[in-house]
Design a protein around this ligand. Structure first.
Ligand code: FES
Ligand SMILES: [Fe+2]
Length: 364
């Protein structure tokens, strides 16, 4: 625990974050980002969403039940639509009460019979995968072709599609003061695993289990067929007094679909079956990420086992957080020959960034 860092004052944090912010690459790489779960937004509900450095409004039509994501600011004179209301299948701006349909056309202007016919505010397309709503964001939004199809699709979990897995839980893990590239660097920096993640905790807690060591055999690989993917493979065993504990080894493959915004964890539990966890990171601002996860397993898998596997992973996360929230990005790191393939990962990550920009370290 970094108590010294915790006792920092506001000014220290401002200086720290300014220095950190300058060190990192572009904060909103191209990729799919989870915005919300579909069942969390009721018909008629409006939600202000801040993410990817912008303000959006997410709303659900009352009659059609369709969910729409739009720029928060009204195309008329700029009021924030999140302060409005939903009337039927339109969102009404709180300022001059213009009403827009889900396609962004003005359907009604209370003081005019001549609403413009063209689309005034272009809605963003959302992809609903297993009940989660994803937005495809382009880091080259201004210079690139908006009609170009996404570089990859949101992954579906085959076992959910064929009915052998069901959703067994979900969690809003809140926000962290960190940059999204750290999620990717975490996988390639294989040396940190034994240093940071070798202590067993009671699942879901920071209570240490004395005398038990977690042994990791970690490896980072690029996906040969899907250039937007990389994987982190780990074989985990438990050891006490120098001896391996019974219970076998857990194999986990963490697959990165894109720039750290969407990770799937696939656990193989010998004798028990398999389990998949989806973890998403949504940049709110350059140094702030919203974290959510959902997990899926067969209905028949015992609750305690699901609780144990997911909880063990969750209880390792705070070790990373203390580091992530206080670190900078070393554009030219001094590595030892036994470090993980950090540089290779950064090369892979370039595909999600805007055109190379020498002014941002890591983009060059
Ligand atoms: S600013 Fe929205 S209706 Fe005028
Ligand atoms: Fe880690």
């Amino acid at each position: 625990m970094m108590l010294g860092l915790r006792s920092r004052g506001k000014a220290d944090t401002a200086v720290l974050d300014a220095q950190r912010g300058e060190s990192y690459p572009y904060p909103y790489p191209t990729g799919w980002y989870r915005i919300a779960s579909a069942d969390s937004i009721r018909p008629g509900e409006i939600r202000a969403i801040t993410c990817l450095g912008k303000q959006f409004v997410l709303w659900r039509a009352r009659e059609s039940g369709e969910i729409h994501l739009m720029d928060a600011f009204c195309p008329h004179l700029g009021a924030n639509l999140a302060g409005g209301r939903v009337d039927g299948d339109c969102i009404e701006c709180p300022f001059h009460l213009w009403q827009f349909d889900g396609e962004g056309r003005a359907q009604r202007i209370p003081y005019s019979d001549h609403p413009p016919e063209r689309v005034l505010t272009r809605p963003y397309e959302l992809e609903d995968v297993h009940g989660q709503l994803f937005l495809y964001h382009r880091s080259d939004a201004e210079s690139g072709d908006p009609e170009e199809p996404p570089a990859y699709e949101v992954p579906r979990i085959a076992e959910v599609d064929d009915g052998s897995f069901v959703r067994r839980g979900q969690r809003n893990a809140g926000r962290l003061r960190m940059h999204i590239i750290e999620i990717c660097e975490n996988a390639a920096d294989t040396a940190h695993f034994q240093a940071l993640h070798s202590q067993l905790h009671l699942p879901w807690t920071q209570v240490r289990v004395p005398g038990v060591e977690i042994v990791h055999r970690a490896k980072w690989v690029l996906d040969e067929d899907r250039p937007w993917m990389m994987h982190f493979d780990d074989v985990v065993t438990l050891r006490a007094l120098g001896r391996r504990l019974p219970g076998g080894e857990t194999k986990v493959r963490v697959s990165y679909h894109g720039p750290g915004s969407l990770l799937t964890f696939h656990f193989e539990l010998p004798g028990w079956g398999e389990l998949t966890m989806v973890k998403t990171f949504l940049p709110i601002s350059p140094l702030e990420q919203q974290i959510d996860f959902q997990w899926y397993a067969p209905k028949s898998m015992p609750r305690w086992l699901v609780w144990w596997v997911i909880g063990n992973w969750v209880s390792q996360f705070p070790q990373d957080i203390d580091i992530w929230e206080n670190k900078t990005f070393q554009a030219r790191p001094k590595l030892s020959r036994d470090d993980g393939p950090v540089i290779a990962m950064r090369r892979w990550y370039q595909q999600f960034l805007p055109e190379p920009d020498d002014t941002r370290p890591g983009n060059a």
